[in-house]
Design a protein around this ligand. Structure first.
Ligand SMILES: O=C(O)CCC(=O)C(=O)O
Ligand SMILES: [Fe+2]
Length: 198
């Protein structure tokens, strides 16, 4: 049994024009370090190129896409791999914690402090107008930055190992998010964003 039952429900982080909910530790059958090790070792990681302003770049991180649907992400058309038993177990825990269903997951592997993700919103048409996106992190803590498109209000959340962040409602419409590089040494981190593709 979990000793910390009182912290088992999502905490709302109030923001204008969106909904953010957070859970410090997603309940799982494996420890966070074991999950990180398995995800790093068992995932078919890819170094994708991405076209920005007509120029090809290598993304500053590794990625993998698992799910039932095809999905276009900033010009990439990834054929998904099936859910593995470990990814299915994490998905089950995320669905129980959030009350939302998910049919795909994007994995991002930040190998060190030089890996990052530019500011963006997950607003592809296949996600629907008000998508629920559940982000689970394993490994080193990285700072997740949210910036309001209009007011430029900025929030910084330290996403520690095992944590769950749920973005829903109008969050993708009004807010950008990303992960900056750091000048300080940082160990590996794997982030999973669970999505529902229609
Ligand atoms: O690594 C993170 O915390 C963010 C990942 C993300 O924004 C995405 O996969 O769209
Ligand atoms: Fe995102």
């Amino acid at each position: 049994m979990d000793l910390f039952t009182s912290s088992n429900s999502l905490i709302q982080i109030p923001i204008p024009d969106g909904e953010l909910l957070w859970l410090e530790q997603l309940p799982l059958g494996l420890g966070n370090d074991e999950v990180l090790a398995q995800l790093v070792a068992q995932t078919a990681w890819r170094a994708e190129s991405i076209t920005l302003w007509g120029k090809q770049h290598l993304q500053p991180r590794l990625t993998a896409w698992h799910g039932d649907a095809r999905y276009s992400y900033s010009g990439l058309d990834l054929a998904p791999q099936p859910f593995t038993p470990l990814l299915s177990e994490i998905r089950q825990a995320v669905e129980t914690a959030t009350g939302h269903r998910f049919n795909s997951v994007l994995l991002n592997y930040y190998r060190n402090e030089r890996d990052s993700m530019g500011m963006h919103s997950d607003d592809e048409a296949e996600l629907g107008p008000e998508p629920a996106i559940a982000s689970v992190s394993f490994g080193a803590t990285r700072t997740f930055i949210l910036r309001h498109r209009h007011s430029k209000q900025t929030l910084k959340l330290d996403l520690s190992s095992g944590s769950l962040l749920l973005m829903r409602g109008k969050t993708q419409h009004f807010w950008l998010h990303g992960i900056n590089k750091s000048a300080r040494q940082i160990g590996p981190r794997v982030n999973l964003t669970f999505r529902y593709i229609t």
